[in-house]
Design a binder for this molecule. Sequence first.
Ligand code: DC
Length: 231
Amino acid sequence: MITKKIIIAIDGFSSTGKSTIAKKLAAALGYVFVDTGAMYRAVTLHALQQGYIAENYFDQAALEASLSEIVLSFEFNIKRQMSDIHLNGENVEKQIRTLKVSKFVSIVAANSKVRKKLVEQQQAMGVKKGIVMDGRDIGTVVFPNADLKLYMIASPEVRAKRRYDELLERGDDVNYEDVFANVVERDRLDSTRKDSPLVKAKNAIEIDNSNMTLEEQFERLLLMANQIIEA
Ligand code: DC
C-alpha cells in the first residue's frame, strides 16, 4: 500500500521552537525537513560579506543584482543527523546563527526579490510532498494548500531565553538583554513588512508551547498528521 504524503507548514515568530518540532516530526514521518529561516539567514550572510548591508546602510539594488549568483543547498551532516545549509558550496550553518546575522535578517527578508527567489526554491522542494517546512509565510504564501498548517506561539521572554541559551551553548559572548531586544525587534519587522508579513493562516492550528514539553507537542502534532495521512 502506498501511503499518502502530505505537506506540513509551520509558521511562527523567532524561537517558538518551530524548527525543533518540525525536525522531529519530519524524522518520525520519514519526510524532508526544511528550515526556511536558514535560507534568509544565508542570503543575509552573503549581503554582509559583500558589504551590501551594514549599520544604517542597505544597498538593495546591489543585493538584488547578485541574487542570481547565490546558490543555496541543504546537505546532510552525518554527525548532526540533520541538514546543514550551504552558500555557494560552503557550509555556513554555524555562521548564519550569530546575533549579527539575526540583527540584519529581517531587513533582508523584507526585500521582495529575495523573497521571490527563495519562495520559488521552497515550492520546488515541496513538489513531491512528504515535507515539513517552517518559516513565517509557509502556510500563507509558499504552500497555501498545505494539508496541515500550524502556528506556533510563545511569550517573547520564553523565546529570548531559549535563543540566549542556544547562543551560550555555542560559546557565543552574548547578553540576555541584547537577545531579548533582537527577538522583539524581529517580531515587529517580520509582522509589519509589506511583502508576506507573518500572520496566522486562516485554517492554521495555533499551538502555544510556552509551557509544553517537546514530547507533549510532538505527540499532539504527530497524531494530527497521522489523522490526515490516514483519512
Ligand atoms: O526562523 P529564523 O528566526 O531563523 O528566521 C530568520 C529570519 O528570516 C526571520 O526573522 C524572518 C525571516 N524569515 C522569513 O521572512 N520568512 C520565512 N519563511 C522564514 C524566515
